[in-house]
Design a protein around this ligand. Structure first.
Ligand code: PLP
Length: 400
């Protein structure tokens, strides 16, 4: 393996498809919310691998469970039972009130599964001739990168090049018009939304709107899908963000933070949808992989039994306070829930700030105009203080 940054970068540029705009840094290790580059320089991690490393780097319990599982049985196909995957499914149902789970490997796959469930629910109940197969999603949403989940994403910029896209998705702004369409279009079988639009710029959906959608969905027998790929698994201060909205989704999708850094996605079904998919209707070779599930079991244990989830709201308030105190009126707006924050700064763009962040030892994300923070849920006060101080240096460097 290459050792210096320039060698690593050159190898990457030559052999990996150029689909990502990478920052000028390579990471080789970490502990909690601190990452290390190849020279041992530390960086405060306020992005946690885009919300995946919920417990930060190298959580002791998580690393031990994952290593143990890798040494015991790293994978077994879905043709057989195993105790790890079923234990995770039970824990997820207990934490969410849902009835059963389908495991895949990513958020996009979880959403693909949700789309299939909504369509088959309607097909089974109303028949093929009813053509009840449209799915309404929101403008500014993001649901994934497969051809179907791109089609489901309510942003025109993603509907390019890869024609023909999967048919049957319609988009509305979150608001009155979306409610009207849901009420009046009898061809709709599902509605899918994020409680906080993460990639879209960290916009929190209005509670009244969400309750109104849930009410119409129930009345019209429309499958209510909540995409919690980014908001789920404690990110917003409750296990699911939708739990703060007082709704009962028919399908919830999870990925990102669930595996604590390992690939796993899940579509969870409620009472109405839990019997829609049967033998051979869906599948995934790696779905429910034992090592990923062993990691996810520790994520849930740490969140629920070790108090990590209970600390999220307090940390969120602390971080918001620290940001306001440090940046004052340089901040135009802070949005978000829990440890999912978007900050619009006056002056430099979010991209410029993120690049300057790396030069000053702090890793942040962007979402359109916002600097997006998705720190590990285990982040300490000291790490938050240091992260914000480094962000301040980064922004000052842009003002010179
Ligand atoms: C809300 C939401 N849904 C789906 C996805 C796609 O997840 P994945 O990249 O794991 O396929 C993302 C990824 O950012 C997301 O934020």
């Amino acid at each position: 393996m290459k050792n210096t940054f320039n060698e690593i970068k050159a190898q990457d540029k030559e052999y990996i498809m150029n689909t990502y705009g990478r920052f000028d840094v390579a990471f080789v290790g970490g502990k909690g919310a601190t990452l290390y580059n190849e020279e041992g320089k530390d960086f405060i991690d306020l992005g946690s691998g885009i919300g995946t490393s919920a417990l930060g780097a190298n959580d002791e319990k998580w690393s031990a469970a994952v290593s143990k599982q890798a040494k015991t049985l790293a994978h077994i196909s879905n043709l057989y039972y195993n105790p790890v995957t079923s234990a995770l499914a039970e824990k997820l149902c207990q934490a969410t009130g849902m009835k059963n789970v389908f495991f895949g490997n990513s958020g996009a796959e979880a959403n693909e599964c949700a789309v299939k469930i909504a369509r088959k629910y309607s097909f089974d109940k109303y028949g093929a001739d009813a053509n009840r197969n449209k799915i309404l999603t929101l403008r500014n949403s993001f649901h994934g990168r497969t051809v179907t989940t791109l089609a489901a994403t309510g942003q025109d910029v993603f509907h390019n090049y890869f024609f023909p896209f999967t048919e049957g998705f319609i988009f509305e702004e979150a608001g009155e018009e979306a409610l009207n369409v849901l009420k009046n279009d009898d061809k709709i079988c599902g509605v899918m939304m994020e409680m906080v639009q993460g990639e879209g710029g960290v916009f929190v959906l209005d509670k009244e709107f969400v309750s109104a959608v849930a009410k119409i969905a129930e009345e019209k027998d429309i499958v209510l899908i909540v995409d919690e790929v980014q908001t789920g698994v404690g990110r917003t201060g409750t296990f699911l963000a939708s739990q703060q909205y007082g709704i009962n989704p028919d399908v919830v999708t999870l990925a990102k933070g669930l595996g604590g850094g390992l690939p796993i996605g899940a579509a969870l079904c409620g009472e109405k949808t839990c019997k829609v998919l049967g033998a051979s209707d869906h599948g995934s070779t790696f779905g429910g992989n034992t090592v990923s599930c062993a990691g996810a079991l520790v994520v849930i244990e740490r969140l629920l039994d070790d108090g990590v989830l209970a600390s999220v709201s307090e940390k969120s308030e602390y971080l918001r306070g620290k940001l306001k105190e440090t940046f004052g009126d340089k901040i135009k707006e802070i949005r978000g829930l829990g440890l999912m924050l978007g900050i619009d700064f006056d002056g430099p763009t979010s991209k410029e700030i993120a690049a300057a962040g790396i030069a000053n030892g702090v890793a942040v994300l962007t979402a359109k105009s916002a600097v997006r923070l998705l720190p590990p849920l285990t982040i300490t006060k000291e790490e938050m203080d240091e992260g914000v101080a480094r962000l301040a240096k980064a922004i000052s460097s842009l003002e010179k």
